[in-house]
Design a protein around this ligand. Structure first.
Ligand SMILES: Cc1ncc(C[n+]2csc(CCOP(=O)(O)OP(=O)(O)O)c2C)c(N)n1
Length: 349
């Protein structure tokens, strides 16, 4: 099992570059109408998830909201499977059935991709409860936006998380906006981290444009949770360069504000730190960037040439057929029988 301290910073920089270049390609493909539905880009926020992933073990649980491409890529889901998912192809990480907002990769312990704001925080509580109950030392990392902290589900979950001392790190990716609404207009607090105080959960504020700061704070928290299960809350201050989704021109903020954050870009910052310390040359950086661009382009080609899932498969993963109810006839089979003219068997209620 690869431990956080073994994760090479140059590799982490390459991961941030991959996320950035992947999403730039996704944006282009969305505009070319190759990708349907919604598409929320993570560009600008890369140091948050990469810093977090650098601080945890491969078998720790990750769960997030709908701005999830970076989380899957950082966790190890292949760029091909991610791009194919955006294209709605059978080779996608959810066979094209989830799309942009519902990336899921059980093998890499990335448990979504959830579109309903705040709805996954109770799921994180359940995951953390499971690891505590099984006496495993796995930590759940739950990412959510500043928009989630005023949801009822968030508060109910935090109460239980605190009450049962569950091993979960609650990461608020505070990018200052929930769609077009500034956090100043939606939230009564001056600092989001203070939400945790009401539940007696320890909280910290971290600069999300600085990979090292994110990784170091999370490493410290995760080490302490492994020794003695408890929750923690981290407000990570970050910024998304693009609009809320592909259809948002982001006219609610100024160019100057955007420019200020761009100058503090997490990729440029880590590159400068490594260069200053003699750990990275310009040529090496260029080679990493070239590779990230090639990987993103190859992912587009892979997605384009992949088949779509046969339409009958659409039913296969609905709850109705789920493993919770063995023996229940599958809608696809009922439909097949109906087509063949046989009387459809009665579904169990
Ligand atoms: C329960 C619920 N209400 C409203 C929406 C519509 N909605 C989609 S995204 C969003 C804003 C969420 O912002 P935030 O949590 O800060 O995440 P970010 O987009 O900044 O990553 C809203 C209100 C939704 N998906 N779910």
């Amino acid at each position: 099992m690869q431990r956080a301290e073994q994760r090479d910073e140059v590799e982490m920089l390459a991961l941030m570059l991959l996320i950035r270049r992947f999403e730039e390609r996704a944006s282009q493909q969305y505009q070319a109408q190759k990708i349907g539905g919604f598409c929320h880009l993570y560009i600008g926020q890369e140091a948050v998830v990469v810093g977090a992933v650098a601080a945890v073990r491969d078998d720790d649980y990750i769960i997030t909201a709908y701005r999830d491409h970076g989380h899957a890529l950082a966790r190890g889901t292949s760029p091909n499977a991610c791009m194919a998912e955006l294209f709605g192809k059978a080779t996608g990480c959810c066979q094209g059935l989830g799309g942009s907002m519902h990336f899921f990769d059980k093998k890499n312990h990335m448990y979504g991709g959830h579109a309903i704001v705040g709805a996954h925080v109770p799921l994180a509580a359940g995951m953390a409860f499971a690891s505590k109950y099984r006496e495993e030392d796995r930590v759940t990392i739950c990412f959510f936006g500043d928009g989630a902290i005023n949801q009822g589900s968030f508060h109910e979950a935090l109460n239980l998380i605190a009450l049962y001392k569950l091993p979960v790190v609650l990461i608020c990716e505070n990018n200052l906006f929930a769609m077009g609404t500034s956090v100043k207009r939606s939230t009564s607090l001056k600092q989001i981290v203070d939400r945790a105080e009401g539940y007696d959960i320890p909280g910290d504020i971290v600069d999300g444009m600085n990979f090292r700061e994110v990784r170091d704070k999370l490493s410290e928290i995760v080490t302490s949770i492994r020794k003695d299960p408890h929750p923690a809350f981290v407000e990570i201050r970050t910024y998304r360069y693009r609009g809320h989704s592909m259809s948002d021109p982001a006219s609610y903020r100024t160019k100057d504000e955007l420019e200020k954050y761009r100058l503090d870009d997490p990729i440029i910052r880590l590159r400068a730190q490594l260069t200053r310390e003699g750990k990275l040359t310009n040529e090496q950086f260029d080679a990493l960037d070239k590779k990230a661009k090639e990987t993103a382009l190859a992912a587009v080609k892979f997605a384009e040439s992949s088949p779509e899932l046969p339409v009958e498969k659409v039913y296969d993963y609905a709850y109705l057929n789920g493993p919770m109810e063995p023996g229940r006839p599958r809608p696809a089979d009922l439909e097949q029988k109906r087509r063949e003219g046989a009387p459809a068997p009665k579904a169990q209620s």
